[in-house]
Design a protein around this ligand. Structure first.
Ligand SMILES: [Fe+2]
Ligand SMILES: [Fe+2]
Length: 176
């Protein structure tokens, strides 16, 4: 998992921007497959707002090249963080989980995925990309959408998604 404590720190310090525009949510619903919509809806407001920003950036970036946005990329942007719904934590809990995983405790923590309470939530947060991929596979999502959920914090040398597409998605994730 490519963890970014400094990036996370910037997010932690940034004022929460979880404004959800009803038009954006309707747009997201129109982009997603019916089986994907409940996974998106289960995300916290701040995560849905982030995902919509990322997806809008992906769409704008692709449109800016004169290409039609590829629907799988916009859906991947909307759904890349869906595993976070399995690990509800506040900002401080997320920061603790990110630093713990960065320090090498992620594998150990993931053993406690089923632990009730905060320890389990921290452990699941460390593995949320894989949890999200499992959920999306179960929903019958495009294999590239499933792959991006699992791979979006990994180094690009390990991606199975097309590298050019992954770079656009990663850049928009960082900016969104
Ligand atoms: Fe993520
Ligand atoms: Fe993200």
């Amino acid at each position: 998992m490519r963890l970014q404590p400094l990036h996370r720190a910037a997010r932690y310090l940034r004022p929460a921007d979880d404004d959800l525009d009803e038009r954006d949510l309707m747009w997201a619903a129109s982009v997603l497959e019916p089986a994907e919509r409940p996974l998106f809806s289960a995300l916290a407001d701040a995560d849905r707002a982030h995902s919509v920003r990322v997806a809008r950036l992906v769409e704008a970036r692709v449109v800016g090249t004169g290409d039609e946005p590829d629907p799988w990329m916009v859906r991947a942007a909307l759904l890349h963080d869906v595993g976070k719904a399995q690990a509800p934590l506040g900002r401080t809990g997320r920061a603790v989980a990110t630093v713990a995983a960065w320090l090498g405790g992620g594998r150990l923590l993931r053993r406690f995925r089923d632990h009730p309470g905060t320890v389990g939530r921290v452990a699941r947060y460390c593995g949320y990309p894989d949890l999200g991929a499992e959920l999306l596979r179960g929903a019958g999502s495009d294999p590239r959408v499933v792959a991006w959920a699992a791979e979006h914090h990994r180094s690009e040398s390990t991606w199975s998604v097309p590298v050019d597409d992954g770079r656009v998605l990663a850049a928009c994730d960082d900016a969104g």
